[in-house]
Design a protein. Structure first.
Length: 136
């Protein structure tokens, strides 16, 4: 039986959904329902917060731009746990944390039709925003 607060890569691999939002909606619809608990000193809100590789994103709708094959795991945190784990933000509606699969640190630079680059030429790993298509 799958964990109620976790979706692992192998479960996503068996999903017919392309984008993460749709997979979560099908596999764990409760993840997408905010919880209404106010954090101490913060106004009450029920907005879910999304974190990708520990970075707070603008909206839960950003899940629509992440393909399932990029994801290592998706974890849901109840508000009280989310406020401890991600203490710098109000997570009173709960939080979804997405961990992306690792990419190699260095990728050789290759351009079709161009001369081969020197052996020490590399291209750095793309930023999170470029990797999953976020524009801030």
């Amino acid at each position: 039986m799958p964990a109620h607060d976790l979706i692992a890569a192998d479960e996503l691999a068996h999903s017919s959904e392309i984008y993460l939002y749709d997979a979560i909606r099908r596999l764990r619809p409760a993840f997408l329902k905010p919880r209404g608990v106010a954090a101490y000193g913060a106004p009450e809100t029920t907005v879910l917060t999304l974190y990708v590789d520990g970075q707070r994103m603008d909206s839960i709708d950003d899940l629509r731009r992440i393909s399932c094959d990029e994801v290592l795991e998706v974890r849901f945190y109840e508000p009280h746990t989310a406020n401890v784990k991600f203490a710098t933000h109000n997570n009173s509606g709960g939080a979804i944390a997405v961990t992306l699969k690792a990419l190699p640190n260095d990728v050789p630079v290759t351009t079709p039709g161009a001369a081969a680059p020197p052996e020490n030429a590399t291209q750095r790993q793309p930023t999170l925003q470029n990797r999953v298509g976020f524009r801030r």
